[in-house]
Design a protein around this ligand. Structure first.
Ligand SMILES: [Mg+2]
Length: 159
């Protein structure tokens, strides 16, 4: 599994200035409100290639939930992906991801692994016999070639 967060890894909201390869999209977020989102259109191709080469399934793990498929995926050239829904307010994304990934090898791009440290430890401990790569992506850079290489390395024991 390759799990994708949007804000941070795909939309480097903290980058200033935004790297050249990013394009600005204004996404409607309700009556009159628009979100300014920076996306690198090449990320879609890079992530599809990663999934194909590693035999992994891409899925969304983002508070954008199903809107990731309507607003973000098409702008990156990603097909509709499974959306992991979060129902446990106390454990951040960990409980839902643990259930969805189950025993599958997991690479996860996010900028907020620092939240809920004890739930994180529990999550990693329960998956200690499974490939579990929590790849922190700085929201000032977004996913880079280095992060993608790290993902390939994590999966390499399972090819
Ligand atoms: Mg984020």
């Amino acid at each position: 599994m390759i799990l994708l967060d949007v804000d941070g890894p795909l939309h480097p909201w903290a980058a200033n200035p935004k790297p050249d390869r990013y394009r600005l999209f204004e996404i409607k977020a309700g009556w009159r409100r628009r979100l300014r989102v920076w996306l690198d259109p090449d990320h879609g191709r890079q992530l599809r290639q990663l999934a194909q080469d590693t035999g992994a399934e891409l899925a969304w793990a983002t508070t954008w939930l199903h809107r990731a498929n309507t607003e973000i995926g098409p702008r990156l050239g990603l097909p509709p992906l499974k959306v992991i829904e979060f129902h446990d307010a106390t454990g951040w994304k960990y409980p839902a991801v643990a259930r969805y990934a189950y025993e599958r090898p997991l690479v996860w791009f996010d900028d907020d692994f620092g939240l809920h440290a004890s739930r994180r430890e529990e999550f990693v401990h329960k998956r200690r016999r499974l490939t579990t790569a929590l790849i922190h992506v700085d929201p000032a850079t977004g996913i880079s070639a280095q992060h993608l290489a790290e993902a390939r390395k994590a999966f390499s024991g399972h090819l």
